[in-house]
Design a protein around this ligand. Structure first.
Ligand SMILES: [Fe+2]
Ligand SMILES: [Fe+2]
Length: 149
C-alpha cells in the first residue's frame, strides 16, 4: 500500500518538533545546572526523557511504514536569560506541539487510521501535561519572586 503523504508529513514534523524539544530542554537543564538551580535542572532533565520517549515512538512508526526517520529541520535552540523567560519560550514550543498533535490526531480520525490516531492522541495527552506543568512552574516562580520582594 502506498504511503499516505499527509501522514508522512505529520510524523516527520512531529519528529522534528521532538528532536528540537530534546535539544532545547537538554541545553536549558545544563544552564540551570550552571546557575546552581538544581530543582529546575531536574525538571528539564525529566522533560528530556519524556520527549525522547516521543522521538522513539515516532521513529518506530516511521520505520514500520518503511521510512527512514530523519529530522532535518530543527528550529534554533532558545535558552532564555532568566527562568521566567525560559518558561515563556518553552510554553510556545509546547503550544505548537499541542496544535500539531491535535491536527494530526483529527486527520487520522477522519481517514479511520486508528493506530496512528492512538499514537498522536497519546503524545497529545503528554504535551498537554507538559503545558500544565510549565504553567504550574511559572506560577510558583511568581509566588517565590513576590515573597522575595
Ligand atoms: Fe513531546
Ligand atoms: Fe513536550
Amino acid at each position: 500500500m502506498a504511503m499516505d503523504p499527509r501522514l508522512h508529513g505529520y510524523l516527520t514534523r512531529a519528529l522534528c518538533h521532538e528532536m528540537a524539544a530534546v535539544q532545547q530542554y537538554m541545553a536549558q537543564s545544563k544552564l540551570c545546572d550552571l546557575w546552581g538551580m538544581a530543582e529546575y535542572c531536574s525538571h528539564f532533565r525529566q522533560d528530556v526523557i519524556e520527549e525522547l520517549g516521543h522521538v522513539e515512538s515516532l521513529m518506530e512508526a516511521l520505520i514500520k511504514l518503511g521510512v527512514t526517520p530523519n529530522a532535518t529541520q530543527l528550529p534554533a535552540v532558545r535558552l532564555g536569560r532568566s527562568m521566567e523567560e525560559m518558561f515563556a519560550i518553552d510554553r510556545v514550543l509546547e503550544v505548537e506541539a499541542v496544535r500539531l498533535y491535535e491536527e494530526a490526531a483529527a486527520y487520522c480520525w477522519r481517514v479511520r487510521d486508528d493506530g496512528h490516531h492512538a499514537l498522536f492522541s497519546k503524545i497529545l495527552r503528554d504535551e498537554l501535561q507538559h503545558l500544565d506543568e510549565l504553567d504550574k512552574l511559572s506560577a510558583s516562580l511568581l509566588t517565590k519572586e513576590k515573597r522575595c520582594a
